[in-house]
Write a protein of this length. Structure first.
Length: 741
C-alpha cells in the first residue's frame, strides 16, 4: 500500500494511552518494534479504511481467537469493551468516546478489494507478526486473515442475494454450497420442519383440505463429492417423536456439537444409531429460528473421520443460520404480500364487474322503460281509437235529425267492438295493478283444496273459442290418478297461470297449429306443461321472457299485442306457490313451458273432506333449528316462527349443527342453501344417523330452485324447501304442515 507516514497510523494499547495523555503521536515505523510484543489489539487507520485486529487466548492451550473488524462503530465498541476489561483510566475512556472516534476514517471502501489491501498490509514481510508471538505459538496470520476475508465474502454474497429478492431455494442452496466448501465439510444439510405434502386429490373435499399433512424432512443438501451418500428428503421422524424436548431446546438457540460419535458424546441411543446409519463421525446442529418460531436446522456432517469443531466454525454456522432466517422471513413476507395483492385484484375485479353489471342493468332499465311506454301507448291507443271512433259515429247518428241510415246489425257490431275494446283496456290496467301488488308482496294466496283435472278442464274451456277462431287445435293430456287429483293451491291464481301460458301459446302459434296442456305428478310435486307449435324463441332471448314490461318483438314492428307482463306475472305467481317455471324453445318449431309446484301435504286416498289445518294457538311448541349465515334472513324467520310458539335455535355453522341435532331433537331443520351442497349433505347424513330420522324434516332455504336442482337436493335427503320470496303467511302455513306431518 503506497502511503506516507502521515496517512497511516497503527494504534496499540500503548499508543492509545499516550494519545490520551496528549503525548506526541506515535507513527508506525517508529514505535511498532518496541511496543507490539505486549499488545492485545492492533488498529490500522488509513485514509481509505480502518482495520481492527483483536486476539484472545482461548481455554485450549496454544490457540488464539482472532477477530477482525472494519466497521467504524464496531471498532469503537470493541475498544470500549477492552477499556473496561483492562480497567483503563477514566481519562482514557473519556478520550476514547469523545475524541478518538474522530480519527477513524469515515469514507470506507466497502468493496472486497479493500479487505485484500488489509491482508497485504498486515502481511508485510518487513513486519512479520510471527516473530512477535514467540511465547504463544499461533496459526499463521495469513491463514487467519484469509479465513476472515472468505467468511465476510460469503456473508456479503448472501446479503446481496437477499437484497435482490432472488428465489429462496436459490439463496439457501448457494449458502450451503459455499459454506460446505469453506468449512471443508463432507455434507451440509437443511432439515426443514412442517413441510406440506403435495395432494393428488382431484375433487375438492373439505375434510381433507382442512387437514393438510406435513412432515419434517431434509430439503437442501451440499456434499463434498459424489462418494458421500445423499440424505435428501430423509425424515428423522423416530428421533423427533422420542425426544420432543429437543425442539424446545433448539427453539431456545441450543447448538449440538459432536466431535466424535463413538467417544464421550453421551448421545441418545436413537440419535447415535441414526448417525451410524448415515455414516456420520462428527456433527454440528444449529437452529434456524424465524420470527420466534423454529423453522429448521443446519446440520454439518463429517463422515470419513472425527473432527474437533472450533469456536469459529460453530459461530460461522450460527451466522449462516441468522442470514437464512432473514431470507426466509423476507420470502414469507413477499408471499403474503403477493396473496394480498391477488386478493385485492380479485376484489377490484369483482367491484368493477358489479359496476359494469349496474351500468348494464341501468341501461336495460332505461331501454325497458322506453319500450314499455311505447308498448303501452300502442296498446292503449288502438282500443281507445276504436271506442272513440265508433261511439262518435253512434252519437252522430243518434243526434242527426235526418237520420243517416244505420242498420241494427251495424249498430250491434259497433257496440260489440266498443265493449271488446273496453274489456281489453280493463285487462291491461288489471294486469299492471295485479303485477304491482304481487311484486310489492301485498298479494296473498288463498290456499285451499282443488281438483287438478277440473282446473285443467276449466282453463281449456276459457280459451277454446279463441283457439277455434284462430284455427288452432287446443288439447290436453292429463295423467292424474283419481286418488291423486286433489291438491292444495290458490284456485284463481292457478287458473291465471294456466290461462297466461295457454293464451301465450295461442297468440304466437299460426293457423292450423297446435297447443297442448299436460298435467302429471312427479315425486312430491305437480307438473303443468304447455307445448305449442308456434314461432319459437331464440336461445339468447329466452332469459328476457320473464322480465317485466319486456317483449321479444319491438313495439314499432310487432304483430302481437300485450303489455309484456303476462309471463312476468306468471313467474311471480308460480314462485308464490313455492314452485319454479322453465322454458325450452326452438325458432320456427315451438316452445314448451313447464311449471313445477310442490305439494303441501302427503297424498290421502280419501280427500272428499278437506283437511283442516289446526289453529296456531293449539300447536304444541316445537323446536326448529335454523342454519344460516344471513343475519337478516335469520332475524326475520326467528321472529316469524316465534309467532306460532316455536322454539327456534339459530346456528351459523353446519358443522356445529351436526353435533347439536341429537341433543336438541328438532322437528324441522331449515338450512340455507348458501351453506353449500356439502354442508346440506353433511346435515342430512347427521339426521340419518340419529334415532329421530323419521321425526325430523330437512328443509332447504333458498332464493330460487329449478327442477334439476330440487331433484339433486331431494337425493341428498331434503324433504321440502322455502323460498325467501315467500310472504309470511305462506311460510307459516308450510312450517305448520311440516310440523303436523
Amino acid at each position: 500500500m503506497d502511503k506516507t507516514e502521515d496517512e497511516t497510523l497503527l494504534v496499540t494499547e500503548d499508543t492509545l494511552l499516550k494519545l490520551a495523555n496528549n503525548k506526541n503521536k506515535i507513527y508506525l515505523k517508529k514505535q511498532l518494534e518496541t511496543e507490539i510484543e505486549t499488545e492485545k489489539f492492533f488498529l490500522l487507520i488509513t485514509s481509505k479504511l480502518n482495520a481492527f485486529l483483536r486476539r484472545e487466548k482461548t481455554a485450549v492451550a496454544q490457540k488464539y481467537q482472532i477477530t477482525v473488524a472494519f466497521d467504524r462503530s464496531t471498532i469503537v465498541q470493541e475498544l470500549v469493551e477492552l477499556s473496561y476489561q483492562h480497567k483503563w483510566e477514566i481519562a482514557v475512556i473519556k478520550y476514547l468516546q469523545t475524541e478518538f472516534i474522530t480519527k477513524l476514517t469515515k469514507n470506507l471502501d466497502n468493496s472486497y478489494e479493500f479487505m485484500v489491501k488489509v491482508v497485504e498490509l498486515l502481511m508485510d514481510d518487513e513486519y512479520p507478526p510471527e516473530k512477535h508471538y514467540n511465547s504463544y505459538p499461533t496459526p499463521p496470520m495469513d491463514q487467519l486473515l484469509h479465513y476472515q476475508v472468505e467468511q465476510e465474502r460469503i456473508f456479503e454474497q448472501i446479503k446481496i442475494q437477499i437484497s435482490q429478492n432472488l428465489n429462496l431455494s436459490q439463496i439457501i442452496q448457494t449458502a450451503i454450497n459455499h459454506s460446505c466448501n469453506f468449512l471443508e465439510l463432507d455434507r451440509l444439510l437443511i432439515y426443514q420442519l412442517d413441510v406440506p405434502l403435495q395432494s393428488n386429490i382431484e375433487q375438492f373435499n373439505i375434510d381433507e383440505a382442512e387437514q393438510v399433512k406435513v412432515v419434517d424432512t431434509i430439503t437442501y443438501e451440499a456434499k463434498k463429492n459424489k462418494n458421500i451418500a445423499s440424505t435428501l428428503y430423509f425424515q428423522e421422524e423416530i428421533s423427533w417423536n422420542q425426544l420432543p424436548q429437543c425442539k424446545t431446546k433448539y427453539h431456545q438457540g441450543f447448538t449440538l456439537v459432536v466431535n466424535d460419535v463413538e467417544v464421550g458424546s453421551n448421545l441418545n441411543p436413537c440419535l447415535q444409531s441414526l448417525m451410524q446409519k448415515l455414516q456420520v463421525k462428527a456433527k454440528v446442529v444449529t437452529p434456524i429460528n424465524v420470527q420466534g418460531k423454529l423453522w429448521g436446522l443446519i446440520i454439518a456432517h463429517q463422515c470419513l473421520e472425527s473432527r474437533q469443531w472450533n469456536h469459529q466454525e460453530i459461530q460461522f454456522l450460527r451466522q449462516i443460520a441468522e442470514y437464512l432466517a432473514i431470507a426466509i422471513y423476507h420470502n414469507q413476507s413477499y408471499q403474503q404480500l403477493q396473496q394480498q395483492k391477488l386478493l385485492l385484484e380479485k376484489q377490484v375485479q369483482a367491484q368493477a364487474k358489479q359496476i359494469r353489471d349496474a351500468l348494464i342493468a341501468a341501461e336495460a332499465a332505461s331501454k325497458s322503460k322506453h319500450e314499455f311506454l311505447g308498448s303501452m301507448s300502442h296498446e292503449l291507443r288502438t282500443p281507445l281509437t276504436c271506442v272513440i271512433g265508433l261511439s262518435g259515429t253512434l252519437l252522430q247518428w243518434s243526434s242527426n235529425k235526418e237520420r243517416i241510415p244505420l242498420s241494427l246489425d251495424k249498430q250491434h257490431q259497433y257496440l260489440q267492438l266498443i265493449q271488446q275494446s273496453g274489456k281489453h283496456l280493463l285487462g291491461l290496467i288489471n294486469n299492471i295493478l295485479e303485477f304491482s301488488e304481487v311484486e310489492s308482496g301485498k298479494h296473498l294466496l288463498d290456499i285451499k283444496q282443488i281438483s287438478l283435472t277440473e282446473i285443467a278442464r276449466q282453463s281449456l274451456k276459457l280459451l277454446q273459442e279463441t283457439a277455434q277462431t284462430q284455427k288452432i287445435t287446443l288439447s290436453s293430456e292429463i295423467k292424474i290418478e283419481v286418488e291423486q287429483d286433489y291438491f292444495l293451491a290458490d284456485e284463481i291464481r292457478l287458473k291465471e297461470i294456466l290461462f297466461n301460458l295457454l293464451s301465450n301459446g295461442i297468440k304466437f302459434t299460426p293457423e292450423m297449429g297446435q297447443v297442448t296442456l299436460r298435467v302429471w305428478r312427479e315425486k312430491r310435486q305437480v307438473v303443468f306443461q304447455v307445448e305449442d307449435t308456434g314461432i319459437g324463441i331464440a336461445a339468447h332471448e329466452i332469459p328476457l321472457l320473464f322480465e317485466k314490461f319486456k317483449q321479444i318483438e319491438n313495439f314499432l314492428q310487432r304483430t302481437h299485442g300485450g303489455t309484456g307482463l303476462g309471463l312476468a306475472l306468471t313467474k311471480k305467481l308460480v314462485e308464490l306457490h313455492g314452485g319454479v317455471i322453465e322454458v325450452e324453445s326452438t325458432l320456427e318449431q315451438g316452445s314448451i313451458f313447464t311449471v313445477y309446484l310442490p305439494e303441501k301435504i302427503p297424498f290421502k286416498h280419501n280427500l272428499n273432506v278437506k283437511p283442516a289445518i289446526p289453529p296456531q294457538s293449539s300447536l304444541v311448541p316445537k323446536t326448529i333449528m335454523l342454519i344460516t349465515e344471513d343475519e337478516e334472513s335469520a332475524t326475520f324467520i326467528c321472529q316469524l316462527l316465534n309467532t306460532i310458539e316455536c322454539q327456534v335455535v339459530w346456528l351459523m355453522d353446519s358443522n356445529m349443527a351436526m353435533n347439536q341435532i341429537e341433543l336438541l331433537q328438532p322437528t324441522v331443520v331449515i338450512i340455507d342453501r348458501d351453506c353449500s351442497e356439502i354442508g346440506v349433505k353433511s346435515v342430512s347424513q347427521a339426521i340419518t344417523h340419529t334415532s329421530l330420522v323419521d321425526n325430523i324434516n330437512l328443509v332447504l332455504l333458498c332464493d330460487r330452485l329449478n327442477s334439476n336442482q330440487w331433484r339433486q337436493f331431494s337425493e341428498y335427503g331434503v324433504d321440502d324447501y322455502l323460498l325467501k320470496s315467500m310472504n309470511p303467511t305462506q311460510m307459516i302455513d308450510k312450517i305448520n304442515i311440516l310440523i303436523q306431518g
